[in-house]
Design a protein around this ligand. Structure first.
Ligand code: MTE
Length: 322
C-alpha cells in the first residue's frame, strides 16, 4: 500500500503546518471542546515592538567569527529564514514573524536555579556582556526534514554552566521559555503543555557545539528566532533549540520536553539526527534545503559526529532518533 505523507514543503506556503505537530486524541478532543483559537492581532504586535528598549550591546554584533565551524552549503537567505519559523507560542504555522513582534525582550531576566551553589537572576544585557559574543555558522535541521544554515552570534553554553556553578550531583539542565498569554496567543491553548520546556544532559550543555544565540545575521536575534536568547544545538533536531529562554534549572531528573509531553511516542529526550531511523510518519533519510530548492541526504548527527558521537556511547538501545 502506498501511503502518501503530507509534508510541509509539499504544501502552498499559506497552508504549511509543522509536520511534527500531530494531535493526540486527548489533545484533539480538548481542542474540539472549545479551547481558545489563535487570535491574530498584528496591530497589537506592532504597538509592542515600538515600546521595546534598545539593545545596549548592539555594538558587540556579530562578534568575531569562529572559523572552526564551517558549512557545506550557503547561508540561508535572512528573509527566507525569518519568514519560515516554528514558534508555537505565537501560532503553529510557519508564518509567525509578524505576531512574534509582540514579544517584549527588554527588560529580560533569566533565572538560574535548582542544584547550583547559589541560585541567582541575571539580566540579558549583563549576561551578554559577561559571556561575550562570537559568530558561528551552523546547520539547523528540523525533524520535519528541512534544513537551513545560519550565522548565529552568542556564546557557548559552557560559559553559562560555569557561571551557574552546578552541584556535582546535577546531571541535567532544564530550560524554560517565557509564559505570557497576553502577548503569545498560542499559550491560550490550554491543551498544549506550556511553558515550552527542553532539557540537556550537563555533558550536552557543556559540549563545545552547544551555543546560546543572542544574535543572528550580524545583529541581535530577531524575535521570531527566539529573542533575546535561544539555544542552538546543531546536531540535534531543531525542536531541541528552545527559544526565548527565561530559566535554566539544574537537576538530577531528566526533564520532560514540550514535544515529549505532546506526543511521547514520536519525540524523546535523545533526539538527534539519525537518517537511518525514520520518524514514525515519514523518512529522515534526506532534507529539503530551504530557499535552495534542493534535497540532500541527511548526515548522521547532522554531520557533527566528530564533536558529539561520544555523547551517545552506550545509548544504542535508547530511541536516539525521536
Ligand atoms: N522554542 C519555543 N519556545 N517554541 C517553539 O515552538 N520550536 C522549535 C524550536 N524552538 C519552538 C522552539 C522548533 S520545532 C524548531 S524547528 C526551531 O525552534 C525553529 O527555529 P527557527 O524558527 O529559528 O528556525
Amino acid at each position: 500500500m502506498n501511503i502518501i505523507h503530507r509534508r510541509g514543503w509539499d504544501m502552498p506556503e499559506s497552508h504549511a503546518t509543522p509536520e511534527h505537530l500531530f494531535f493526540n486524541r486527548r489533545a484533539l478532543l480538548a481542542a474540539l471542546a472549545g479551547t481558545a483559537a489563535l487570535s491574530l492581532a498584528p496591530q497589537h504586535a506592532l504597538a509592542q515592538r515600538v515600546t521595546d528598549q534598545p539593545d545596549p550591546n548592539i555594538g558587540l554584533y556579530p562578534g568575531k567569527r569562529n572559523e572552526k565551524y564551517v558549512l557545506d552549503r550557503p547561508i540561508t537567505d535572512e528573509a527566507i529564514n525569518g519568514n519560515y519559523n516554528n514558534f508555537y507560542e505565537f501560532n503553529s504555522t510557519k508564518h509567525v514573524a509578524r505576531q512574534a513582534q509582540a514579544l517584549k525582550v527588554r527588560p529580560w531576566t533569566i533565572k538560574i536555579d535548582g542544584m547550583v551553589e547559589k541560585p541567582f537572576e541575571i539580566g540579558i544585557d549583563d549576561l551578554v556582556r559577561k559571556a561575550g559574543v562570537e559568530e558561528r555558522l551552523y546547520r539547523h535541521r528540523c525533524v520535519e526534514a528541512w534544513s537551513m544554515a545560519i550565522p548565529w552570534s552568542g556564546f557557548p553554553m559552557a560559559k553559562l554552566v560555569e557561571m551557574a556553578k552546578p552541584l556535582s550531583s546535577a546531571t541535567y539542565v532544564r530550560m524554560e521559555t517565557f509564559l505570557d498569554k497576553s502577548i503569545a496567543p498560542g499559550q491560550k491553548q490550554a491543551w498544549l503543555p506550556w511553558p515550552y520546556i527542553e532539557g540537556l544532559t550537563i555533558a550536552e550543555a557543556t559540549n563545545e557545539l552547544t551555543f546560546l544565540a543572542t544574535g543572528a545575521y550580524g545583529k541581535p536575534i530577531a524575535k521570531q528566532h527566539g529573542a533575546p536568547i535561544r539555544l542552538a544545538v546543531p546536531w540535534k533536531y531543531g525542536f531541541k533549540s528552545i527559544k526565548s529562554i527565561v530559566r535554566f534549572s539544574f537537576t538530577d531528573k531528566r526533564p520532560h520536553s514540550y514535544w515529549e509531553d505532546l506526543q511521547s511516542s514520536e519525540y524523546g529526550f535523545w533526539a538527534n539526527v539519525n537518517p537511518q531511523v525514520p520518524h514514525p510518519r515519514w523518512s529522515q533519510a534526506s532534507e529539503e534545503l530551504i530557499g535552495l530548492g534542493e534535497r540532500r541526504p541527511t548526515l548522521l548527527f547532522n554531520g557533527y559526529g566528530d564533536y558529539v558521537a561520544s555523547l551517545y556511547k552506550g545509548l544504542e538501545k535508547e530511541r536516539l532518533w525521536a
